[in-house]
Write a protein that binds this ligand. Structure first.
Ligand SMILES: NC(=O)c1ccc[n+]([C@@H]2O[C@H](COP(=O)([O-])OP(=O)(O)OC[C@H]3O[C@@H](n4cnc5c(N)ncnc54)[C@H](OP(=O)(O)O)[C@@H]3O)[C@@H](O)[C@H]2O)c1
Length: 256
């Protein structure tokens, strides 16, 4: 599989975890990258590492929860030749609904949903005019069930998956593709930000194998990719189990 036909990828949340790994794996395949996140130093270090691979790397320090800051990306998407958008930046906070400060609850909606929809809105017309381009939105296996103590996060990821799959359908025949990637627990900084949930960390995937599986699925043109065999089984089980049972099991796993 190769991404050589994509010339430039804009990757949000590139300072750590999935985003960093997407940038490295794409760069190794010859795709230039635009790295977006808040931690500028981390982006600069990664860009320097990537340039050694012989591709171009730009950095944009941006708080995507801030609508004014993220609006700057419109011009970048419209006028710098980006043909692969990876909406990866996201976070979750574990805890009872009102135990989590409201700024974090709303922040999850601002970042996981609103920023993702906005950047996709900028990219679709540009890619359609070219008749080529790919939008990869990072959802989660959390999108398959309502999860007590992770309520806003799981609902935000269900939005991402439904939105992306519907968009992929709309875009059929245009040369533009959209893909929802659904990772399960993976070794990144995610759980440091989310708060401890040791029961959720069983069978964590390595981020390198998760990203390489994601890129293979995107290259095959899949609209939904669930990463890893056990996560695929889990996604299937949520369709077979009664919802109440799934929620009871999920609430045991997320209880702190
Ligand atoms: N790891 C898992 O177990 C797992 C499972 C399912 C889905 N996911 C999804 O995978 C995606 C990537 O998460 P990860 O696991 O790689 O977590 P991570 O290691 O914590 O990385 C999150 C990235 O998002 C960026 N980010 C956070 N808030 C931001 C903001 N306001 N503005 C701009 N960038 C921001 C962070 O950069 P800065 O802090 O520098 O801004 C960082 O680069 C997320 O959408 C997450 O929901 C993860």
């Amino acid at each position: 599989m190769s991404f050589a036909n994509h010339k430039k990828a804009l990757i949000t949340g590139a300072s750590a975890g999935f985003g960093r790994e997407f940038a490295l794996q794409l760069a190794k395949q010859g795709t230039d990258v635009v790295l977006v996140a808040r931690r500028e130093e981390k982006l600069k270090e990664l860009a320097a590492e990537i340039r050694k691979l012989g591709v171009a790397a730009e950095t944009i320090s941006c708080d995507l929860e801030n609508p004014t800051e993220r609006a700057r990306l419109k011009t970048v998407i419209e006028s710098t030749g980006v043909d692969l958008l990876i909406n990866n930046a996201g976070f979750g906070k574990l805890g009872g609904f009102t135990e989590i400060p409201m700024e974090f609850q709303l922040g999850q909606i601002e970042l996981n949903i609103k920023a993702l929809v906005e950047l996709t809105y900028y990219a679709v017309p540009v890619f359609r005019r070219k008749g080529f381009g790919t939008i990869v939105n990072i959802a989660s296996t959390a999108s398959f069930i309502a999860i007590p103590n992770f309520a806003v996060y799981a609902a935000s990821k269900k939005f991402v998956r439904d939105f992306t799959e519907a968009l992929a359908h709309e875009l059929k025949g245009t040369g533009v593709r959209a893909c929802a990637v659904c990772p399960g627990p993976t070794e990144t900084e995610f759980f440091e930000v989310a708060g401890s949930a040791d029961k959720l960390k069983i069978g964590m995937m390595k981020v390198s194998s998760a990203v390489s599986e994601a890129l293979d699925g995107v290259a095959r043109g899949e609209a939904r990719i669930v990463l890893g065999a056990s996560n695929k089984a889990l996604a299937l089980a949520t369709r077979l189990f009664p919802e109440k049972l799934s929620m009871t099991i999920a609430s045991r796993l997320t209880k702190q």
